[in-house]
Write a protein that binds this ligand. Structure first.
Ligand code: CA
Length: 614
């Protein structure tokens, strides 16, 4: 903005605000900004933020709605209103008035109760029939260069800096939905898009500064919702990345915290020790547990105190608001063990109470299945802790897949899957070769294309719900560099003028094109492969560098053969008679070759086979 026009604008603004807008001047925010009639939970708590709002007395008049309690806190600029909705309450607008000591209306707010969409409560979460495509929105597609930098937000676009904002946006994902669906993906998990008004490194989205607002550099709330709707129309489920452990240091409430215990460790800075095992460790010291849970993730991410009931309700309602508003099919919950663990049980319960068929996957970044399984719903823990979380990210299998391919033996994978007895529901784990926080899978296997294919075939056919990071289909890599900014590189073709375009195929190498088709072939087949959607897993001790397993239900059966050896392997099929019917026939969906499965079978070196039995 030029100086002249900006001073005119300022003058206009000051004129506007000099004229008192009767009834509105006291209120800065009401959160949640609106709600829905007909939710199972009849309670709603509103956070009202406004200058000295606590001096006023709120009143409501709306049929079926009652104001049960008004809560004042240390800061005079907050009021919390406990509302109760009767079962038959109709959608509509409730006028909340705030009276001063003379019983005059000093402020008012029109609060909307919207009608729920049909089937909202019965929404189906992502499940074993799905394969998730993980997207880092800043690095995927820049459809709107006009929003790359936004006035009023601290960090400006800088594509030349690997840790900067590169300009990718929600519109870019929307434009790419056909590409994603055509590859065979049935769900997208999009890294966080809520406002991150931080000085630097704000592109990753994990430093929320407004829990109810999409960052304008990604787009608007409406665009986010439109993306979800459009994805659904194309058969692609939408999964939101959420964080309840912390916010960003630039969060609006940091200037005016409601209570002294709104955050943890607000005195002298305490960083979490990141020792996740302290939660389960029977010998652990209480102070280490406290530092783990209440310390800040990093200095720019204040730790939220979910033991404060107001904070707990705020966060839970926020999650439900986004499910209802953006029509979500799932949530990926960041840093699952870091918040108060009893709160996480209450949070999950509240979400699953509203949406019984929904799915939530938690991130417990740990290679130990004893620790990961601790958090799954149905687990009987020795300390009595009960979790309500349906799904977890399967870090133990991810780590061991990379290890297996690097040591040249399937044993690490075979033995890790044998630990499934620890999980109440191993089928509901999300399996993945990599994600946005670690080396890209192609780099992790030394850019060995044969290993890459073996690994992907395994992830897409073993038990669980597979997830693939964007760009894996074109062998995106970060050789020798663990840098997050490089791992999350721009998707080629996402920016005008890119020399390589993964969407059109222009500039891709033969191998990149082949990798895309390899993935696409398995994904399209997997859509109808019922044995992978609800079937069991039966696997055999790896022999001759070859891992053989079956996925089966009552009607369908798939035999997966993964030869990691540098020589062809000859398998004696009698060994698999427990799973393999006599005189079975089938077709390898990768090569298209038909097989008579009797006697022996030759498996070429370094080759995956996925045989769909007739
Ligand atoms: Ca943009």
């Amino acid at each position: 903005m030029k100086p002249f026009t900006s001073s005119i604008a300022l003058l206009c603004l000051s004129l506007l605000f000099a004229i008192p807008i009767f009834g509105q001047e006291k209120i800065n925010r009401v959160e949640p900004p609106f709600w829905w009639a007909g939710m199972k939970n009849s309670k709603l708590q509103l956070l009202i933020h406004g200058d000295n709002i606590a001096q006023l007395t709120p009143k409501i008049q709306y049929k079926g709605l009652s104001l049960e309690r008004v809560i004042k806190v240390k800061s005079p600029n907050y009021l919390f209103l406990d509302l109760k909705m009767e079962a038959g309450m109709s959608p509509g607008t409730c006028n909340i008035v705030f009276l001063n000591a003379s019983q005059e209306v000093a402020a008012s707010y029109n609060y909307d109760f919207k009608a729920r969409e049909k089937g909202s409560a019965e929404r189906e979460g992502f499940n074993n029939s799905d394969v998730l495509y993980l997207i880092t929105p800043d690095r995927f597609v820049n459809a709107d260069p006009a929003n790359d930098s936004m006035e009023g937000l601290k960090e400006q676009s800088n594509r030349a800096f690997k840790g900067g904002r590169h300009g990718g946006d929600i519109k870019g994902i929307e434009q790419s939905l056909d590409y994603i669906a055509d590859l065979g993906f049935t769900a997208i998990w999009v890294n966080p898009v809520l406002e991150n008004d931080q000085e630097e490194y704000s592109y990753h989205g994990y430093s929320t500064t407004d829990f109810y607002k999409v960052d304008p550099r990604f787009g608007s709330n409406e665009e986010y919702r439109a993306l979800s709707k459009k994805a659904k129309e194309k058969g692609v489920k939408f999964i939101m990345d959420m964080i309840v452990n912390h916010c960003g240091s630039g969060h609006w409430w940091m200037e005016d915290l409601p209570t002294d215990d709104w955050l943890n460790s607000t005195g002298e800075y305490v960083q979490t020790n990141h020792k996740k095992s302290v939660i389960q460790d029977p010998h652990g010291a209480e102070i280490d547990r406290k530092i783990f849970v209440d310390g800040w993730f990093v200095s720019t991410m204040p730790d939220l105190n979910q033991r404060n009931d107001l904070m707990a309700t705020y966060l839970t309602q926020n999650s439900i608001w986004w499910i209802e508003y953006a029509d979500l099919a799932g949530i990926r919950m960041d840093t699952y063990p870091y918040p108060d663990m009893n709160y996480m049980t209450e949070w999950t319960k509240a979400v699953m109470h509203e949406y019984p068929d929904f799915n939530v996957v938690g991130e417990e970044w740990n290679g130990n299945p004893a620790i990961v399984s601790y958090w799954q719903r149905g687990k009987q823990n020795s300390n009595g802790y009960t979790s309500e979380l349906k799904s977890l990210m399967d870090f133990p299998v991810q780590e061991n897949l990379v290890k297996a391919l690097n040591v040249g033996s399937w044993n690490p994978v075979y033995e890790m899957l044998a630990n499934d007895f620890l999980y109440p529901d191993p089928d509901n784990l999300v399996v993945f070769p990599d994600n946005h926080d670690m080396n890209r899978f192609y780099a992790a296997v030394g850019e060995d294309y044969a290993k890459f294919k073996l690994g992907l075939a395994m992830i897409l056919t073993t038990r669980g719900i597979p997830q693939i990071y964007y760009g894996t289909e074109i062998l995106m890599s970060n050789p020798g560099k663990g840098d997050h900014g490089i791992i999350r590189s721009d998707f080629p073709g996402g920016w005008a003028g890119d020399a390589v375009n993964a969407f059109t195929g222009a500039g891709l190498s033969t191998q990149q094109k082949e990798a895309k088709e390899f993935l696409r072939k398995i994904l399209l087949w997997r859509k109808d492969a019922k044995a992978l959607h609800d079937g069991k897993l039966l696997h055999y001790v790896p022999e001759h560098n070859t891992y053989v397993y079956f996925r089966y239900n009552d009607t369908d059966k798939v035999m997966v053969v993964l030869n990691m050896g540098n020589e062809a392997a000859t398998l004696n099929l009698d060994r698999f008679s427990e799973a393999l019917p006599a005189q079975a026939t089938g077709k390898d969906i990768i090569s298209g070759t038909a097989y008579k499965l009797a006697g022996t079978m030759m498996v070429p070196a370094m080759t995956p086979m996925v045989i769909d039995l007739d």
